[in-house]
Design a protein around this ligand. Structure first.
Ligand code: ADP
Length: 612
């Protein structure tokens, strides 16, 4: 025991009264001394920082021994009485938490700056105080400080803070300890009080000042929190959309006016209810599952369109977004939900769907009617034409020319009617026939088609130039019909003194292929480029006979293939008809798989069509 006492005396040049209460318990004295040696005297942090920290932290001790002794210890280290007073006098001496974090974050890591008095050291000290008090700023301040301090210094700081805690507890356990017997106070307190009597006032009153500082801070924090809460509830109450705070069991905790109005209840009535009570039975499960997912952290927000029963018994469609509210320590406490009335939009969508279904149904009826009529007319008409032909053969030689003329007219008009009926049947078939998609070699298809059309093309002296066209997934006979219509039209709508030239090209994109039919014919009046695809619409009535059904058939076929068809006038005369088809089957039109897989593309052009 005497050894330890002697060691202490030797080290300090006196025996600090701090150790006196342990003199009769050697183990305690030994322990206190070892802690002092390791964590304070032998601490590798700069002594000035340790002493400043000790003085400041001693303010949180009710016995003045430490605050006086460690303040006095700062004087021989070069601090003036005024600087010491300023340091002790609470927040005025140190930067605020935000400022300290900013200073520490801007300081280069591992810098020795913080060891010298100055802004970095003050910020470090502010962090040390926060860590000691374990206040709400401590984690960000400690993180900022750890970034600047070398790792070994962080450990030293931890030991030091533990030691200060021991000292302050020890001193409070021995309130009889008097600083007047401590050499540091004996040497420096008198001159310091002479230099600035305010220091005496501080020591006399420091516990009160500390309380004021602490309570002031707490009060400020509480006021801030209250203000934020008030602001939140102001927004909550007056939000134009429904808002509700729900507990984790789905009970309404607070409901805003907009939601109450939306559902036709009083807020107090709603507060006695749960989501499950007003939700549509089909939506209850998804709603409670979503709350479980939020609580478990599987999702961060939840959005759904669901139905709520209003007070009047009607169902309202709502778009619901929910998120979890947490307490300060991160545990889930409430779910905050925003509710928007989207009933009108839903009703519109439903009306639109109903109208579309009705339109589809009446179109189908019309088509079926046209198909039946065409089919039923076809038989008698074939009979009429057949009998007219027989009659023509059997007419006696002296039949008057006027009678022969009438018979010819019956055959001509009947023939035109047969063409129209065929077109109508083709149109109906184009809409109803099941698409049997397969890879179609368009080059081969065109070759075959041109052979079939040869007599017709030769009669018109037409020239058809075909570039490589590749392959597409399509219903072969329907695609053939489109190509045939476009080629025959191109030849048909050409001035009589012009040799028809039709150029067919293709450009392949990643997912689409565009076929272009360019001709040197009559062209299309600008107002008619869209209407020529309508049923019975003809832009050139006198140029050639026709029914006005061919392009409507083409459009129907192409659209059922998921593509588009359109016409353009060529700047120097003639027309362009273009077909865009998806190269691979997509969407409802292509439920049937295309097989076999596409053959390799042969020489099809990729750059823009030079004819366009
Ligand atoms: P139709 O040829 O029986 O009249 P279509 O539906 O095939 O019926 O064509 C509709 C109209 O589009 C035609 O009457 C014609 O006015 C115009 N048209 C079609 N193809 C061409 C073309 N290549 N050049 C100019 N006009 C065309």
């Amino acid at each position: 025991m005497t050894e330890v006492k002697a060691e202490i005396e030797e080290r300090f040049g006196f025996f600090p009264p701090f150790f006196a209460p342990a003199l009769d318990r050697p183990a305690v004295l030994e322990n206190l001394w070892q802690q002092t040696l390791r964590s304070y005297v032998g601490n590798r942090l700069p002594p000035l920082l340790l002493e400043r920290a000790f003085a400041v932290l001693s303010r949180y001790c009710d016995v003045p021994y430490c605050v006086v002794c460690h303040s006095c210890a700062l004087r021989p280290m070069g601090m003036s009485t005024q600087q010491i007073l300023q340091l002790l006098d609470g927040p005025r001496g140190l930067p605020g938490a935000d400022e300290a974090v900013a200073v520490l974050s801007a300081a280069p890591a591992g810098t020795p700056q913080w060891a010298q008095p100055g802004p970095v050291a003050d910020a470090a000290l502010r962090a040390v105080v926060s860590m000691f008090l374990r206040d709400s700023d401590r984690s960000r301040l400690a993180a900022a400080l750890r970034r600047v301090l070398p790792a070994a210094d962080v450990d030293e700081l931890v030991l030091f803070l533990g030691y200060v805690t021991t000292c302050l507890e020890w001193v409070e356990a021995h309130p009889e300890l008097s600083y007047e017997a401590d050499l540091r106070a004996i040497t420096h307190l008198g001159p310091m009080l002479a230099e600035d009597p305010a220091l005496g006032d501080f020591f006399a009153d420091y516990t009160h000042r500390r309380t004021v500082t602490l309570t002031g801070r707490e009060a400020a924090l509480t006021a801030q929190a209250e203000e934020a809460e008030q602001r939140f509830f102001l927004i909550f109450e007056h939000a134009p959309i429904g808002m509700v705070i729900v507990d984790l069991q789905g009970r309404f905790v607070r409901v805003n006016r907009a939601l109450a109005d939306m559902l036709g209840y009083e807020p107090t009535e709603l507060q006695a209810m749960t989501f499950a009570e007003i939700s549509h039975p089909d939506d209850v499960d998804t709603g409670s599952q979503a709350i479980q997912d939020l609580i478990a952290g599987r999702i961060e927000v939840f959005q759904q369109e669901k139905r709520y029963r209003c007070a009047r018994g009607l169902w309202m469609w709502a778009r619901v977004s929910a998120a979890l509210l947490h307490t300060a320590d991160g545990s889930p406490v409430h779910v905050i939900t925003q509710i928007e009335d989207v009933t009108e939009r839903h009703e519109h969508a439903e009306q639109l769907a109903a109208a579309n279904a009705e339109l589809r149904r009446s179109n189908q009826d019309l088509e079926e009617f046209a198909a039946i009529v065409a089919h039923d007319l076809n038989g008698p008409l074939t009979g009429i034409l057949g009998h007219a032909a027989l009659l023509a053969e059997e007419l006696p030689g002296d039949t008057p020319a006027s009678t022969r003329d009438l018979l010819t007219r019956i055959t001509t008009v009947g023939g035109a009617m047969a063409v129209l009926i065929n077109d109508l049947l083709a149109y109906a078939r184009a809409g109803t026939e099941t698409l049997q998609m397969q890879w179609v070699d368009v080059d081969a298809l065109i070759g075959e088609l041109l052979r079939d059309l040869k007599p017709h093309l030769d009669a018109a002296h037409a020239e058809v130039r075909v570039a490589p066209l590749g392959s597409v997934c399509a219903h072969p006979t329907q695609l053939r019909q489109v190509l045939a219509n476009l080629i025959t039209n191109a030849v048909k709508y050409t001035a009589t003194d012009v040799t028809p030239i039709v150029e067919i090209t293709a450009v392949e994109y990643d997912d689409d292929i565009i076929f272009t039919f360019a001709d040197n014919g009559l062209g299309i009046p600008p107002d008619d480029t869209e209407t020529i695809f309508h049923m019975f619409h003809r832009a050139h009535h006198d140029a050639a006979p026709g029914t006005g059904v061919g392009l409507a058939i083409c459009q129907r076929i192409i659209e059922r293939h998921g593509g588009t068809i359109w016409a353009e006038a060529r700047p120097n005369g003639g027309s362009l008809f273009k077909i865009r088809l998806p190269r691979y089957p997509t969407g409802a039109a292509h439920r049937t798989e295309c097989s076999p897989p596409p053959p390799a593309v042969r020489g099809i052009s990729r750059p823009p069509n030079p004819l366009v």
